[in-house]
Every structure is written in C-alpha cells, then in structure tokens.
Write a protein that binds this ligand. Structure first.
Ligand code: GLN
Length: 306
C-alpha cells in the first residue's frame, strides 16, 4: 500500500461526501466542512502514509467508546463491563432508548450510547485526567485535549443522553452520580483528534496492545481481542453488518466524522470525513475504506478463505 493508493481511495470516496450531511444535533459540529476527506495509515512496522485532510482536528465522539471499553476491561475486568451491557449488535440507532426502555434488558453493547454511558461509570475513579493521559498515550498524540466549544454545545443539548443515563440509573446500572457520569462521557466524546491519532490507536490495537515504537504493552491481549470483536460486530451501529460484509475490518465511527479501522497484525487506519449517512457513519469514509479493503484484499474473512 502506498500514498498513490490512498489518493485513489479518496478520489473514489469524494462524490459520496455529497450523499451525507454533517451532524447538527450537536450544533457546533455543523460548522465542519462536509467535503473534507482525509486518511492516515500506520503499519505495525512503524511506517506511515497519509493523504488529504489527515491533520484536520475533529472530535473523537463515539470512537472514544473503544478506548473507554478497552480501559474498563483492562482496569476492572470482563465481568465488571459485561454486567452492565450485553455483547450483541443492537440493530438500532446509536442513541436508541427503545431497546432498553420497556424490558428488563440491559444495553445491547458497550459501543452504543446506553452501554457506553454505563461503562463510563466504571472509569470515574480513573477520572478525566487519568483518561486524558491514557488517550494521549494510546493515540501517540500529546496535543489531544477537550474541544470546549464542542463539549459545551453537546452538554447543553444532551437531553437524549441524559434520559438514557437516568434510565440506566432506574435499572440499577448506574449507582453513582448520574450527572458526573454523563459529564465524563461527554468530555471524552469531545476530545480533539486527527486521522493520524486514530491510525496510531489502530496501530496499537493491530499489534495486540503493544506500542510498536516503544515496545511498551499498553493493553492486554485479551482486552484487544474483546475490543476488536465488539468493533467488528457493533462498531458501526445499525450499519455494522453491512460494513462487515463490504469492508470486513473491526472499525468504529463517530459523528465528528472519524472512522478507526484495524487490520489485525498489520496496520491501523484513521479516516476523517464529516459528512454522515443517516446512521451517523461517515458517508465517504466508509467508501474510502471499502475501496482500500477491496483493492488490498484486507477483508479479514476473505483472507482466511484464501
Ligand atoms: N457524543 C455523541 C453522542 O453521545 C457521540 C455519538 C456518536 O458519535 N455516534 O451522541
């Protein structure tokens, strides 16, 4: 894979930017330019290639759920996490209440809002500063910080997530201060990253939890296995299965326009394209990944068949 291929992939994806819209339910996000598209790829050998708007800062949004899940698994273990959520695709939108409101059910998985908010309660003892330093380390990006404008914008429009959080409390899935949990969840969604930071994170996930350049183990191998499986099955919300068929890589999207993809054992990929489809996934970003996966034969199940 080289930069010429990335350029072709962005050219292939570009028309699809017109088929989506930038998020507006968090008003600050509507300021993004929906035509922008960028990509960065980091191999586990340490090489990097990039193209387009790969240095553009945007908010991580739901891709933070991957870090939150991995950190909660690492620090508090499998049972602590999966007492709070199941591990099934929800088949519903990312902020759906319908699948948890009328039954005894717990959230479907840790990568939809309800499950992620429940998981963030586990991280309260780690706190914002602890999480910030973990995120900076995993993303190899010391400049990651809260985008205050986006945070305030979401915080003042968070009726939906607040409802989910109080519903979780009513089910005994949040014991502590609901507002504190919601604040940390929203702060972690408001961290500013680039496609390169996501590629760095993907590189660590691709390399089984060891940061290749330093040789430091940041996450246990079993944590990586669980996290990548959740990404493959649930990372693109109600578009997860179609994306798995078309691209076949564990991935996670965010409404800031990012997609994190992992080629296990090989590379991490970060994509930026803030024009979103109706499910909240980057419209063109998905096409860019589809192009690369098909051209380079990266689909993980396709490879096993060969
Ligand atoms: N912060 C956003 C929310 O909670 C994240 C959603 C997303 O990226 N899909 O609504």
């Amino acid at each position: 894979m080289d930069e010429a291929l990335l350029k072709q992939a962005l050219e292939f994806g570009q028309p699809y930017t017109a088929r989506g819209e930038v998020a507006s339910y968090i008003p600050e996000l509507s300021k993004a330019d929906g035509r922008e598209l960028g990509i960065c790829v980091r191999s586990v050998e340490g090489g990097e290639i990039h193209c387009g708007y790969w240095q553009r800062r945007f908010t991580i949004q739901s891709i933070s759920k991957v870090i939150n899940l991995a950190m909660a698994l690492e620090r508090f273990g499998f049972d602590a996490v999966f007492n709070k959520t199941k591990m099934e695709p929800s088949g519903a939108s990312f902020n759906a209440m319908s699948r948890i409101s009328d039954s005894e059910d717990i959230p479907f998985n840790p990568l939809v809002n309800s499950g992620a908010i429940a998981v963030v309660e586990l991280l309260l003892p780690v706190g914002l500063e602890g999480m910030l330093s973990a995120v900076r380390g995993l993303c190899g990006d010391p400049e990651i910080a809260i985008d205050e404008d986006v945070f305030q914008s979401e915080w003042s429009h968070s009726a939906r997530n607040r409802s989910l959080a109080y519903l979780l409390q009513s089910k005994g899935l949040i014991d502590g201060d609901v507002e504190e949990v919601l604040r940390l969840y929203t702060q972690l969604c408001s961290l500013s990253v680039t496609a390169e930071s996501l590629a760095n994170l993907g590189q660590v996930l691709a390399n089984g939890g060891v940061q290749p350049e330093t040789g430091r183990r940041l996450l246990k191998e079993e944590v990586i296995r669980t996290t990548l499986t959740m990404m493959l099955t649930c990372g693109m919300y109600d578009g997860s299965s179609e994306f798995a068929v078309r691209v076949g890589l564990p991935s996670k999207s965010g409404v800031g326009g990012g997609i994190l993809s992992v080629v296990p054992g090989e590379m991490g990929i970060g994509v930026y394209g803030p024009s979103l489809d109706s499910k909240g996934n980057s419209a063109a970003g998905q096409k860019v990944l589809e192009y690369i996966s098909r051209t380079e034969k990266l689909h993980i199940l396709g490879r096993l068949i060969h």
